[in-house]
Design a protein around this ligand. Structure first.
Ligand SMILES: [Zn+2]
Length: 101
């Protein structure tokens, strides 16, 4: 029997009797600021390419830019409900303030 643990309340989820909810969150960095400068960047890209080819023989792993991040969480039914109410985890004081408007 496979047991899952709720990533929010740390309770064990019995998959045979309870629904298990998986939340996948993908965070991606977006920037429009470089699009207009593409032509000017070509020389730099070519230069970078040559550098990369030069070091490829050393099996150098170029670090991936931290522009995207993907996470997956298991939630029990109760935490799933709470998550839907407040996906970004904003504190309840702010949420109440919004509902008064
Ligand atoms: Zn939970």
């Amino acid at each position: 029997m496979i047991h899952y643990t709720c990533d929010r309340c740390k309770r064990e989820i019995d998959a045979t009797t309870e629904m298990r909810y998986t939340v996948q969150i993908q965070v991606q960095a977006n920037s429009d600021s470089n699009r207009g400068d593409f032509d000017e960047d070509i020389d730099h890209l070519t230069e970078l390419h040559q550098i990369l080819e030069g070091i490829a023989d050393d099996e150098f792993e170029f670090p991936l830019p931290e522009t995207s991040h993907c996470s997956s969480y298991d939630l029990c039914p109760e935490c799933h409900r709470q998550f839907l109410k407040n996906p970004l985890g904003r504190d309840s004081v702010l949420a109440l303030g919004f509902s008064n408007n």
